[in-house]
Design a protein around this ligand. Structure first.
Ligand SMILES: Cc1cc2nc3c(=O)[nH]c(=O)nc-3n(C[C@H](O)[C@H](O)[C@H](O)COP(=O)(O)OP(=O)(O)OC[C@H]3O[C@@H](n4cnc5c(N)ncnc54)[C@H](O)[C@@H]3O)c2cc1C
Length: 402
């Protein structure tokens, strides 16, 4: 097959970005191989938000009905003290569904399930492989020879790196991770727990102490909830693959938190979907290097603090697939248009509303008291226009149509 016919495309990573782009490419009649490093769909993740233009994309991709079946009916966010007494509360509709809890919330695992169900129903050339990944890339002007961990060597006209914030595809095609990432001052962890009987149903409840926060968020099954933890600490590369060390750090930094923390932390080591990662931002000088392009967190992560990771992945997938389908014989042209179209959206979506980890998790008791006063103030009517300005940054983006 040459570059002048329909390209054969490899997608590395079966997360939201990879599955969304695979779906749109298949629908356009393009043959797709997906390699996902995990041996089965990865569960886990707390509520992710569909904000800004990603809602329109979900609608155009025909995902809205599937998403509706899994919607989390979260009423808002409440911050409590060590005895569980309310400090302040932000109902979801206080900021027209655009605040810390959005009006369209779905757990990450459920959203991925919706995409996988759609993928399974599309007639087309899909080769979906779990438990494999790219080991080497060797590209020329027309395509890429890919060596997989399984030992297979295959040629593709395009490789899409949708393999997350620590993308191996990015490292192979662009260089080491450190060149493109900025550490944002901490770590986040999510895992599923049995819902504590004292937890307020349908509310995301958070307890903040100096340098750490711990919370519970509703799950689609009321019997379970998602634990959500933020730690403010220096980066420690030794933590990267050391799950016992990650869990030790979580326990240490929240040892004095009170509230429901002991019960939530007691379920750490038995959680089957424990997720822990550093908060980083990814900024690429360009999204494509020849016949390799990046999508989702691998190319433009803003961290879970933006609340926009899923939106960026879905919007990026829609545009990338749309451009490739528009000119299947001109991959280079499609990649250039993809980057030009998505960049104005990314610039705004990567902004962290409300001051980032410094405001979310202050270092000292004094800082915490001040941040909570600001939090309370933001719930007053007079501050609504200020909040809305912070929360509507991507609403004016003009989404291309395909
Ligand atoms: C288990 C999990 C839980 C998460 N929970 C949350 C959350 O609660 N809140 C939040 O805001 N964000 C969460 N995220 C991040 C969020 O999913 C992303 O910011 C956003 O959806 C963009 O997705 P992505 O597909 O670009 O990256 P990811 O969701 O990270 O998906 C990347 C996929 O690539 C796979 N992969 C990794 N390396 C390779 C490789 N070398 N070859 C092939 N495949 C590879 C991974 O297993 C993963 O399935 C989570 C991510 C994961 C993986």
């Amino acid at each position: 097959m040459t570059a002048s016919t329909t390209p054969r495309i490899l997608v590395a990573g079966g997360g939201i970005a990879g599955n969304a782009v695979a779906l749109q490419l298949l629908r356009a009649g393009i043959a797709v191989t997906v390699v996902e490093r995990a041996t089965a769909p990865r569960p886990g993740g707390q509520a992710v938000d569909l904000r800004g233009p990603s809602r329109e994309v979900a609608e155009r991709m025909g995902l809205t009905e599937g998403i509706r079946k899994h919607l989390l009916h979260e009423k808002g966010m409440v911050v409590v003290d060590r005895d569980g007494n309310q400090k302040y509360r932000m109902p979801m509709d206080m900021f027209d569904g655009k605040g810390p809890v959005a009006d369209i919330e779905i757990s990450r695992g459920d959203l991925n399930g919706v995409l996988l169900t759609e993928l399974a129903g599309v007639a087309g050339e899909l080769d979906y492989r779990y438990g494999d990944w790219i080991e080497a890339l060797d590209q020329d002007a027309d395509g890429v020879d890919v060596t997989f961990a399984s030992g297979a060597v295959e040629r593709y006209e395009l490789v899409i790196g949708a393999d997350g914030v620590h993308s191996k595809t990015r490292a192979l095609a662009f260089g080491p991770e450190e060149q493109f990432t900025t550490y944002l001052g901490g770590y986040m962890s999510f895992y599923t727990i049995a819902t504590p009987p004292q937890a307020e149903p349908d509310w995301m409840t958070t307890r903040v102490v100096p340098r750490a926060s711990i919370g519970v968020r509703p799950d689609s099954d009321p019997a379970t909830s998602k634990a959500i933890i933020t730690l403010r600490t220096d980066a420690d590369p030794a933590l990267r693959r050391d799950i016992p060390a990650q869990q030790r750090l979580v326990r240490e930094m929240l040892a004095e938190a009170g509230w429901l923390a002991p019960e939530i932390l007691a379920q750490l080591s038995t959680a089957t979907d424990f997720y822990f990662d550093e908060l980083v931002r990814v900024d690429m000088p360009t999204l494509s290097a020849g016949r390799v392009t990046l999508l989702g967190d691998s190319g433009f992560c803003g961290s879970p603090m933006t609340g926009m990771g899923t939106a960026m992945a879905v919007v990026g997938a829609y545009i990338l697939a749309g451009e490739l389908a528009a000119t299947p014989g001109d991959v280079a042209g499609a990649l250039a248009r993809y980057e030009a179209a998505i960049t104005p959206f990314l610039d705004k979506a990567k902004e962290i509303p409300g001051g980032g980890i410094q405001m979310m998790v202050p270092k000292t008791k004094l800082g915490l008291a001040a941040a909570q006063q600001v939090g309370k103030l933001l719930t007053t009517k007079v501050m609504k226009p200020v909040m809305m300005k912070m929360l509507e940054t991507t609403d004016d983006y003009t989404l291309p149509s395909y």
